[in-house]
Ligand binder design. Sequence first.
Ligand SMILES: Cc1ncc(COP(=O)(O)O)c(C=O)c1O
Length: 478
Amino acid sequence: MPNTKNKNTKKKTYKKSTSASKRYLKPRWSWLSQSKKGIMYIDGISVTDLINKYGTPLYVVVERELRSRLRRFKSSFPYPNLRPQYACKCNSNLEIMRIAREEGFELDASSVGEIILALLADFKPHEITFTNLYKTEQDIMFAAKVGVQAITVDSIEEIKRVAAVGEKVKTKIRLFIRVNPMIEFRGYTTKNHKYGIPYGVAKKAIDIAIASPNIDLIGLHFHGSNMDYPKSYYLGMGKLVRLAKYCKEKGVTIRFVDMGGGFPVQYNNENIYVPEDMGKIFVRKFLKLLDKYQLEKPVLVFEPGKFIVANTGIGLTRVISKKRLKKQKILITDGSTYAFLPDVIVDDRYYDVLPANKMNKKGNQVYSIEGCTCDVIDEMARKRRLPFLSEGDVLAFMDVGAYSNVLASNFNTLKRAPMVMIKENGAVKIIRRRDRYSEMFAPELDVLKIAGPKEMKRFYDLFRINVENFWKGSTKKR
Ligand SMILES: Cc1ncc(COP(=O)(O)O)c(C=O)c1O
């Protein structure tokens, strides 16, 4: 059970929402409701209470949805030896990682930093794989010494580098080979992917790995990114199993088949498949092929990222001003694509936007929603139907749980937003605080020695004691 006695958690004392017109709600947000006054409630917690306490912009994560998705994923694949991993690159918040571990997930780390985070989230070394496009000798040495489950190599050069490190540290390093199966299906193709060893040279890579006395080849890996059709998984798996057969002929048993992540997410009203739609079929096909080639049943690994977290997150931001450009109506917010929702510019992401304190009002205006930075491309959403909104109103960007906080930058020297989790027991727990200037400036202050910690504290105190109190019209020290 999660520790709900943490000092950062607060028992819910807020009034439950009552039903009202649900014009903005969609079935995937089953934990969303609204009061008669039109205030959005996130799993029973009023958005107004949240922003009064934590400010805006603010990320909110719903624990109930997070755990439900982790469980749904696991039960979608009726395979006796399934060991899914959470791909923490899409949201490496420690509390989220900890919950993934509690729900029986292992971890896909894409850097030494993520390995360290995984250890901090109490994953055991043998529950972590290290998979990315390029690792330095130092990275490999670190992962080998930590004793991760496996290092996933992406090129023949990398196999040789791992072998050399194994030789240096006198260890047999456990290895997955990442393969690009060069598949193509209904517009989806891996033929232009930069990652993975192309299928045509995979056998050569296997030969090199097997020949090294310092490598223990235990797994084959494929991650195909946005897999819009389940068939891409079936095709990729078929290629991996054929390579497992090749390994067997060479006297090596493949103990892990890792199919990566890439499961689709519903952001708007897209028709997507969910793991439940394809899990049984995948397992049936997998078992059939293993049987055909008389292979032992390996551990089956998936590495879902955005499927697990995207729909669990909400981004709250406040309207700070309005403008009109000819016919175009513009809302300026205290959020931005850079410091808050970067996926809008990185991946042209469409997020649903809800009027969080006017949920009972008709969407009779069309607004463009702009970020607050001085960049013309900092537009968070275009042409959205919303009620008449003014300064101080609150917008909820939906489904922002993946690739938001991890991509966010301090552009314009803005602080990145805090994150709170609505716990299953109704508590609100802060799981990341807002950035502080002192830590944002540290990399330059450290080397340029312009200001020491004391001077920074002076600025910080000045801000806290004088400026904030002045704004609030209060003389009380906080
Ligand atoms: C190796 C690997 N595994 C898993 C993932 C997670 O993908 P997704 O978030 O699409 O599930 C990624 C994402 O880039 C990845 O590179």
